[in-house]
Design a protein around this ligand. Structure first.
Ligand code: MN
Length: 298
């Protein structure tokens, strides 16, 4: 399709993800926060894990830790992660699956390799996004939306060059299965060389693209963005064009995220994201006195 020339968002910045270690020795790329990008309200963090080869019986994983005041969205492309938490939930996130977890008032959980995957080894590839909650929802009871790959709606372009998984929001007239507390668009585009799409976005949303694999062309002027780069769009109300150059050597995998900014003060301390320092001190006290371990504590 020919993207409309008007109504395109500008590109505010293109930045590289930084390499960091999460949990017990799991090397990941962090798209943000970085020195350049503190957050993209309502999004607090995007981590890109892999793709990496995992040997049989490796060390590593993310053992018990707490969250309060926001949501973690885990999207696995390859591999399998077992999730366990203080409310008694156990689940396996497999290839293509999404787990949309609302920590709300508090949860303690672990994110480790699934036992079968742990013993066999294989490729691990996925992302974790943190979505902030507005003050009114920060202390809500924790909840989960596990979404199996087969339940995630998809769409294709007529020329077969473009495929999209609709994790949240809407694309090409197809709506996602998850419910979000504030309006969120979360799309995974796979685009072959020569493919392109114009994606409309809600005008009041902040938006960014992250290149999981390959090289993409972004925006009205086809700016090149490479694997591991974060493209932050201007908040000027338009949509965005995503594509891959016709002479590119391989397809690109692109995440496109948009959300309505919450515009509230943020007090952030590791796994707790609240509005004030007083609420952070309360979160630390509650964690230290075991309040997070009571099912339905919020
Ligand atoms: Mn976690």
């Amino acid at each position: 399709m020919t993207p409309p020339s008007q109504n395109q968002r500008g590109i505010a910045s293109v930045t590289d993800a930084t390499r960091t270690i999460e949990g017990d020795g799991l090397e990941i790329r962090r798209a943000f926060p970085t020195v350049q990008i503190e957050l993209v309200d309502p999004f607090l963090l995007l981590d890109h894990m892999g793709p990496m080869a995992i040997a049989a019986n490796p060390t590593g994983g993310v053992p018990d830790h707490a969250h309060r005041g926001f949501e973690t969205v885990t999207y696995l492309i390859d591999g399998a992660i077992e999730h366990r938490d203080s409310t008694g939930n156990v689940g396996i996130i497999g290839p293509g699956d999404v787990q949309w977890m609302t920590a709300g008032g508090g949860i303690v959980h672990s994110e480790m390799l699934d036992t079968n995957f742990f013993h066999a080894g294989g490729t691990l590839h996925g992302t974790q996004l943190w979505v902030n909650l507005p003050a009114r929802d920060k202390m809500m009871p924790p909840r989960y939306q596990p979404v199996a790959s087969s339940e995630i709606p998809t769409a294709q372009s007529d020329d077969g060059k473009l495929h999209v998984k609709i994790i949240a929001g809407e694309a090409m007239g197809v709506h996602a299965a998850v419910e979000t507390l504030t309006p969120i668009t979360y799309l995974h585009y796979s685009i072959a060389p020569g493919g392109a799409i114009y994606q409309a976005l809600p005008p009041d949303n902040n938006a960014f693209a992250y290149i999981l694999q390959g090289d993409a062309t972004i925006g009205a002027n086809n700016r090149l963005a490479l694997e591991g780069q974060l493209v932050l769009f201007s908040n000027d109300g338009g949509g965005v064009t995503l594509g891959v150059a016709p002479d590119a050597q391989r397809p690109a995998e692109i995440l496109l995220l948009a959300g309505r900014p919450i515009n509230e003060p943020i007090a952030r301390y590791g796994p707790f994201v609240m509005n004030t320092q007083t609420e952070i001190r309360q979160a630390i006290r509650d964690f230290q006195t075991g309040q997070f371990l009571r099912p339905g504590n919020a």
